[in-house]
Design a protein around this ligand. Sequence first.
Ligand code: IPE
Ligand code: IPE
Ligand code: MG
Length: 252
Amino acid sequence: MNYKENLDTSNIPEHVAIIMDGNGRWAKEKGQMRLVGHATGVESVREALTAASEINVKYLTLYAFSTENWNRPKSEVDGLMDLLVTTIANELESLNNNDVRLMTIGNTDDLPDGCRNELLKAIEKTANNKGTVLILALNYSAKLEIKEAIKRIAKEYKEGNIGLEDVNDELVSNHLYTAGIPDPELMIRTSGEIRISNFLLWQLAYSELHFTPIYWPDFKKEDFYKAIYEYQNRERRFGRIGEQLNELDKND
Ligand code: IPE
Ligand code: IPE
Ligand code: MG
């Protein structure tokens, strides 16, 4: 089935988040070094980004490196950081040609200098682009993000700038790295793992979750469209019952 052609263009998610997983196993199955898997995974980033742009997904968040990933062997961490630098440098022109804006979430201050500088340059040079926003989660931890938000909110309370009555969903959201960005309607994880791995815990509260056994380096545009197609065939009830949704549709 051609998933793209069968998509309902009036129901495209505004924000899709992806846990790009399975690079290591993909490489191992091919008798290659893990880093070959990561390098091949860059192809899949292009696939997902092009697919998202083609159907006007406004925000695409990709989990590229977690705070827990520092625990990997040093050679792998170094290889990932080098890959990030070369990929950003190589892709900058193409990001601009495709009107893609680059952003990051996570503690990027603690990335190696070379990485941080390359990222800052690309963020600045794509800042005025109006197409899809590519958000890389780098040195990212959802628990850390929430702790930092709590600290800032507590400080504002202590300084008398906000009261307890001001603490609502919007206030919390506005103190996260993703402030101003809508929560993802859809989260995809590749490689068959069925867990969240400290990714966007607040923002995924009501997201549809799509798990696929495909390893990230094998993930293609059509797999992205398939995930969107399946998302469109889910019933998002937000606590209501199905019959109420039909009533709401009628009143549209
Ligand atoms: C995801 O692939 C990439 C990163 C976490 C950086 P993995 O490297 O986790 O691949 P597997 O899970 O070991 O196969
Ligand atoms: C999650 O993948 C992080 C990224 C994709 C960057 P991991 O492979 O690190 O997650 P776990 O360790 O299997 O939970
Ligand atoms: Mg993994």
